[in-house]
Design a binder for this molecule. Structure first.
Ligand SMILES: NC(=O)c1ccc[n+]([C@@H]2O[C@H](COP(=O)([O-])OP(=O)(O)OC[C@H]3O[C@@H](n4cnc5c(N)ncnc54)[C@H](O)[C@@H]3O)[C@@H](O)[C@H]2O)c1
Ligand SMILES: [Zn+2]
Ligand SMILES: [Zn+2]
Length: 395
């Protein structure tokens, strides 16, 4: 089959690779009909996440048709249309029973689990196409994927629903939703969202759906800020104004009640702290550039809540621990517990309570995936979300 494979920093290619097969009796094989490139894939493309190997198949946002089912999988049938959560969870362990699916203790095999144990103290859960830290599973930017624990994760969707309407149940929609939920939004709250990429945009929409009175979105790409405006947010362009001062002005001098960091470890901006982070990252003295997160912590009101869906991988410099403690902030973060939200969000999407397609800017044949990565990396203003279609003909 054809698949998008990683070969080094900024080097992804379409390769012909062996077809996946059922390995465990709860597996399924899915023929991919739509897949997308995520901001998290850029962290792999830019080689900020360790333990990638040349030839690894990327992609963790995908959906398609079930074409094979293991003999102990009683949930799926051949021919069903499914969206597959990026988190691979067993459904039975201590963590899965508590709905903490992205902490599943069974999906990262022993031969890879030790890597994240060394880095983080405990093993990370398995995920599709996201390095050997998360199990080294082949991803979904391919014609076919093996889905482990396929009697737990895959979301069966109606056969007649358009792919693009439900595709983002795989990751960015529940991620935006959980980001807002982690703000514990109260009526009258102002929520500020750093980053108007797909995750930030869905966080804006989710914050309104969860009752925020005011949402303020921050970025420096005019087109992405326009999309946030379309969702009802007020916007701040950080290239033009001082973010903290603007936020104070918009919140009566108090600061936002809750702040969402939907930026992650590759923060943009030419402030002194970010320039220093870049220099230190180049020398491997730090791994993560946390300029956006520093702003989040400083701008949040006293006693406020911070939600961090943005991905961080290692260690950072000048973390404002004093501000965090002295202001009494609380922080919630984590890879999304996708499976926890699947049924609720599918209902909302099918009932047209959430618009899931407004952020798609480009649709490309899977064969053009390397170009999709380049565009998503280099033209962030216009390229907000790229959907890839296996089997589509080249233009
Ligand atoms: N927790 C999870 O399970 C999960 C799931 C999906 C994605 N993510 C992470 O969420 C983050 C966002 O993902 P995305 O797909 O939206 O990525 P993206 O790269 O498309 O968007 C990031 C946005 O942040 C903006 N930005 C950069 N520096 C900023 C700053 N200092 N202030 C304000 N905005 C700034 C960029 O201009 C860009 O528009 C990434 O780190 C991604 O890895 C996490
Ligand atoms: Zn993703
Ligand atoms: Zn589990």
């Amino acid at each position: 089959m054809r698949a998008l494979t990683w070969h080094g920093k900024h080097d992804v290619r379409m390769d012909t690779v062996p077809d996946p097969e059922i390995v465990n009796p709860r597996d399924a094989i899915v023929r991919v009909t739509s897949t997308a490139i995520c901001g998290s894939d850029l962290h792999l493309y830019d080689h900020y996440i360790p333990t990638l190997k040349s030839g690894d198949i990327l992609g963790h946002e995908f959906m398609g048709e079930v074409v094979a089912v293991g003999r102990r999988n009683r949930k799926l049938r051949i021919g069903q249309k499914v969206v597959v959560p990026f988190v691979i969870a067993c459904g039975q362990c201590f963590f899965c029973r508590r709905q903490q699916f992205s902490a599943c203790d069974n999906s990262n095999p022993a031969e890879t689990a030790y890597m994240s144990e060394l880095l983080y103290g405990y093993a990370m859960t398995g995920a599709f196409g996201y390095s050997h830290l998360t199990g080294g599973y082949a991803g979904g930017q391919a014609e076919y994927v093996r889905v482990p624990y396929a009697d737990v994760g895959p979301i069966v969707v109606p056969p007649d629903v358009e792919d693009e309407k439900v595709l983002f149940l795989s990751d960015i929609l529940p991620t935006g939703w959980m980001a807002a939920e982690n703000c514990e939004i109260q009526p009258d709250d102002t929520v500020a969202v750093w980053g108007c990429g797909p995750v930030g945009l869905f966080a804006v929409a989710s914050a309104f759906a969860q009752g925020a009175a005011q949402v303020i979105a921050i970025d420096h790409y005019p087109h992405r800020l326009d999309l946030a405006k379309q969702c009802g947010a007020q916007v701040i362009n950080f290239d033009e104004v001082n973010v903290r001062e603007a936020l104070l002005e918009m919140t009566g001098g108090i600061g936002p009640d809750a702040c969402i960091d939907a930026v992650g470890l590759e923060s943009h901006g030419y402030s002194a702290d970010n320039v220093l982070d870049k220099a230190k990252a180049a020398l491997s003295l730090v791994t993560d550039r946390i300029h956006g997160l520093r702003q989040v912590i400083l701008a949040c009101r006293k006693g406020g809540r911070i939600s961090m869906p943005g991905v961080y991988g290692g260690v950072a410099d000048k973390f404002p621990i004093g501000a965090l403690m002295e202001k009494g902030l609380s922080v919630k973060t984590g890879q999304t517990h996708v499976q926890r939200y699947s049924a609720k969000l599918l209902d909302m999407v099918l009932n047209d309570e959430l618009d899931t397609t407004f952020l798609i800017s480009h649709r490309l044949p899977l064969e053009e995936a390397p170009q999709g990565y380049r565009m998503f990396k280099e033209q962030q203003n216009e390229v907000t979300k790229v959907v890839l279609k296996p089997g589509a003909t080249l233009q």
